[in-house]
Design a protein around this ligand. Structure first.
Ligand SMILES: [Zn+2]
Length: 492
């Protein structure tokens, strides 16, 4: 009908029944004769499938499975003999096709929806596999499928199929950012400090920054050993007193010597997740500032401690006071000429202002945070970012620190990571050989995996979306044939 109407540009106008004398009369006088198809139009319709670029073998498979498919065989019958007047009179398996019945036609024993072939249930899984040959993303694969194929629930099936593809998961992109969880601003000066180690020009330095005043300390280290780090910390604390909390990276703060030292001065050590330096942002920023200073001082021969003194006496960005004014309630005398009144003590309260600045930073960050806060439960199947790949693992427990989890890797070993490096996983575990190398599955093994999966009901409201109907599960030779046919002969 649609093809027949293509050459017209119909204009529809409403005309009340009382003015439609002739049409009204004839519409009630239906012709009883059988109407033959217009041979010319049949030829046009045949053109749709005449040049489908697919091999005879695949076409034969499609025809055979379409005839065996309970839903599609019913649809074929309705296309030929006419659809029942109401949906509840059709075969249950044909119900998903009710909405689109006006656009379906049968051609060459295939069922076509406009210009797309309707794939029978039995062939959907091999087709999905073929569609995903290039391991393209969900949207691209859907677009590719929509060009020429159709089945009810195709979109969902493609999404699920790709979510279960281990190759795609293994090489998937980084997580999006989650909303920022800012460090709590301490009430007291030197209550909480961030610590990190900086290497510049083959020398190590301990960098420490106070979370309230942003006072920066840079101490050269003879080595990265725990003893050297403790000595540097002790010398800083001799001037400013003991902090209540030291926040830093695992290395070296997580050593037993550092914990012992912290206990001796009644202080807690908190460490950030490995490979997630962002959570130790303040010390990271301190390291960046110190490194820039060291580079420039080396260039013009200034002593790093002279530069550091100026830094600590320069107003902070967004504030009118310097770290020295916040921490010591006075400006320190430096080589910059200044009036006496500026050196007199004056307590500066900045917590409220810092909180305001922090909220602003969080709002800006969260605008770009596209990942909702994610939590994991003990025993959850996950993948963990290792280098550029995602490795399978299971959640062991959550640590008290924000977003930090301990994970058992499936290949052996345990590690701690931030949620930035963890994703939920739906794929099957990798198979590895004795040397730990991944075994690539061949077609037969993949087929076995597919069969093991076929009892899974993907969409309970639409049983047709099961990949392989229970009735077909025993027909092994069919499945084996289809995988090889669809993976070699189907021309794209
Ligand atoms: Zn893939």
């Amino acid at each position: 009908m649609r093809l027949k109407l293509l050459r017209f540009q119909p204009r529809v106008e409403y005309l009340p029944g009382k003015y439609m004398h002739i049409a009204d009369l004839l519409s009630r006088q239906c012709l009883g004769d059988h109407v033959e198809d217009d041979p010319e139009m049949t030829e046009v319709v045949h053109e749709v499938t005449k040049y489908i670029p697919m091999s005879e073998t695949i076409k034969a498979d499609l025809i055979k499975e379409t005839a065996l498919d309970p839903g599609l065989s019913a649809v074929m019958k309705y296309c030929r003999e006419g659809w029942p007047l109401t949906k509840n009179k059709i075969e249950p398996e044909a119900k998903p096709y009710w909405q689109i019945r006006m656009d379906i036609f049968v051609e060459d024993n295939l069922i076509i929806l406009e210009d797309r072939i309707i794939v029978p249930v039995k062939l959907r899984k091999p087709v999905l596999k073929k569609l995903h040959t290039a391991h393209l993303g969900i949207d691209k694969t859907k677009a590719r499928a929509r060009q020429s194929l159709y089945w009810p629930g195709m979109s969902n099936d493609i999404t699920n199929f790709i979510k279960e593809c281990r190759a795609c998961e293994r090489h998937s992109a980084n997580n999006y950012r989650e909303p920022l969880i800012p460090h709590e601003i301490p009430s007291l000066r030197f209550q909480k400090v961030g610590v990190d180690i900086l290497n510049f020009d083959s020398k190590d330095y301990l960098v420490l920054e106070d979370y309230l005043s942003k006072w920066l300390e840079v101490k050269p280290l003879p080595s990265k050993s725990s003893k050297a780090v403790i000595d540097a910390l002790r010398s800083i604390f001799a001037t400013h007193g003991n902090p209540q909390q030291i926040f830093g990276d695992n290395n070296p703060l997580n050593s037993s010597e550092c914990h012992e030292f912290a206990r001796s001065i009644e202080c807690d050590i908190k460490t950030s997740s490995p490979e997630y330096a962002r959570s130790n942002g303040l010390a990271e920023k301190g390291v960046h500032i110190a490194k820039q200073m060291l580079k420039k001082c080396k260039d013009d021969g200034t002593h790093i401690l002279d530069a550091l003194k100026e830094y600590n006496n320069t107003p902070l960005t967004g504030l009118t006071v310097s770290p020295a004014q916040i921490l010591m309630s006075r400006a320190c005398r430096t080589v910059i000429p200044t009036l006496k009144k500026h050196l007199e003590p004056k307590v500066v309260l900045v917590k409220a202002l810092l909180k305001k600045l922090q909220d602003k930073v969080k709002a800006q960050h969260d605008l770009r945070a596209r990942r909702k806060p994610v939590t994991f439960q003990q025993g959850d199947d996950v993948v963990v970012r290792r280098g550029k790949k995602w490795q399978k693992g299971k959640i062991v427990r959550r640590l008290s620190e924000n977003r930090s989890y301990v994970i058992n890797l499936l290949g052996g070993g345990q590690l701690r990571r931030n949620t930035w490096h963890i994703k939920h996983s739906k794929t099957k575990p990798d198979r590895v050989d004795a040397g730990g190398n991944q075994i690539v599955l061949d077609a037969e093994e993949m087929l076995a995996n597919l069969k093991a999966n076929d009892s899974v009901t993907r969409n309970p409201r639409n049983p047709l979306c099961n990949f392989v109907p229970a009735a077909c599960r025993t027909v092994d030779e069919h499945s084996a044939t289809y995988v090889s046919i669809w993976s070699t002969n189907y021309s794209e």
